[in-house]
Ligand binder design. Structure first.
Ligand code: HEC
Ligand code: HEC
Length: 77
């Protein structure tokens, strides 16, 4: 059986996608602590009260300034 041109294109695209996914950096985002402050929190709007600018635990200067905190910061297991 002979491979058709589009079969080859399909295979090569698949290999490239796998390569890109495998060189993606490891997840290093700090996890949300499981202490009595954070374990009861579900409302992401409250995070800023303690982690906004001028607080004790501000976001690092290079922090991606996004609203959906819990999308990136998973809870500790
Ligand atoms: C009542 C104040 C308060 C609120 C609200 C709060 N945090 Fe925190 N957060 C803290 C304090 C204090 C620490 C440091 C605790 C520690 O080191 O054990 C901390 C630590 C963290 C850390 C870990 C930082 C590190 O050094 O590893 C993350 C991530 C975090 N908070 C995310 C969040 C997110 C996301 C929310 C909203 C769902 C949130 N926090 C809401 C006070 C708060
Ligand atoms: C796009 C993903 C993303 C989102 C959304 C996000 N963060 Fe982060 N956050 C990170 C990464 C990555 C780091 C580590 C940055 C570094 O170490 O330079 C970090 C670091 C932190 C730290 C410091 C942890 C430490 O060890 O000092 C706190 C606190 C924090 N984030 C809280 C929040 C809060 C509160 C929100 C919502 C307003 C939020 N993050 C939204 C990715 C995100």
């Amino acid at each position: 059986m002979k491979l058709k041109k589009w079969d080859l294109v399909f295979i090569i695209t698949g290999v490239i996608v796998v390569l890109i996914l495998s060189i993606a950096p490891k997840q290093t985002t700090p996890r949300v602590p499981l202490d009595n402050i954070h374990s009861v929190l579900t409302d992401e709007k409250l995070c800023r009260n303690c982690h906004g600018q001028g607080t004790d635990r501000p976001l690092p200067p290079n922090h991606p300034n996004k609203e959906r905190c819990l999308l990136c910061h998973k809870r500790k297991k």
